[in-house]
Write a protein that binds this ligand. Structure first.
Ligand SMILES: CN1CCN(Cc2ccc(Cn3ccc4ccc(-c5n[nH]c(N)c5C#N)cc43)cc2)CC1
Length: 244
């Protein structure tokens, strides 16, 4: 898989060489390219923004530099991933879809966003897919943080990337977890600052442990994410004893 990022803040993506993605780059599992949008401007001030047609606050990113940048980076089969507050919610299902693609190009906007014609032009190509995604209902200052989050969610699903693939199965928001949030986890010491690990987890009774974990996952989900459950399930599971 190759990942390309177009941004006015190329240093934002330096951490990619440090994190899990860094090892994947070394192993050849991943190729990464970072492109400074200003390199595709031609005026003395390397201007990337201008005032919005129709008025309104803030500035909009000019189409010309974006057009040249994407012409240079996109290729047949690319998926152009555009983080935006107006995007479709980015979910684990979206991450799984993107993890099957060979080339992701992240268009990291700033200001009030990118001139819509840039996205429309890319979408008019019959060999490129455009995915406008949102991380959630809160406001960021640009697309870079979202691009890093999407990158991590996607790359960890690429076969061979995570050492223990089994650990991916039981995670929250994966089908194998039954759509439940993860249960609480514990490790040594058995007592820490007067707080004990639940005795069942040290019982060696694997059936009881599985039952406890399911009960905890259900209680946690009922309390924190009732939207993931059917109405009847919330009332039934919210009462289960749960860690805070
Ligand atoms: C008057 N109002 C009219 C509506 N605007 C909306 C608006 C427009 C741009 C920006 C800043 N920005 C620029 C590029 C960019 C990409 C992603 C995100 C982003 N934010 N939150 C997510 N989950 C994101 C993701 N993914 C934000 C971005 C912030 C807010 C505000 C002013």
């Amino acid at each position: 898989m190759r990942l390309d990022y177009v941004t006015i803040f190329p240093d934002f993506f330096a951490p990619l060489s440090l994190s899990l993605a860094g090892r994947a780059v070394e192993s050849g599992l991943l190729e990464v390219g970072v492109h400074d949008l200003r390199a595709f401007t031609h005026d003395r001030h390397r201007t990337v923004d201008d005032t919005p047609y129709g008025g309104g606050a803030g500035m909009v990113m000019r189409p010309e530099p974006w057009g040249e940048a994407l012409d240079a980076v996109l290729r047949p089969g690319s998926v152009l991933v555009v983080p935006t507050p107006a995007g479709t919610p980015f979910t684990q299902a979206t991450a799984r879809e993107l993890a099957t693609r060979e080339h992701l190009v992240f268009a990291c906007g700033r200001y009030e966003g990118i001139d819509q014609r840039v996205l429309d032009h890319a979408a008019s190509r019959d060999d490129v897919e455009v995915r406008e995604v949102s991380l959630g209902d809160y406001v960021l200052n640009g697309g870079e943080v979202a691009a890093l989050a999407v990158t991590e969610a996607v790359v960890r699903l690429v076969p061979g990337f995570v050492g223990n693939a089994a650990s991916l199965e039981e995670e929250s928001h994966e089908a194998a977890s039954g759509g439940l949030l993860e249960h609480p986890v514990y490790t040594k010491p058995a007592t820490w600052r007067g707080l004990d690990v639940p005795a069942v987890l040290r019982s060696g009774d694997h059936g009881a442990i599985a039952g406890w974990r399911l009960e905890q996952a259900r209680a946690r989900t009922a309390r924190r994410r009732p939207d993931l459950l059917a109405p009847g399930q919330v009332e039934e599971w919210v009462v289960a004893p749960a860690t805070p």
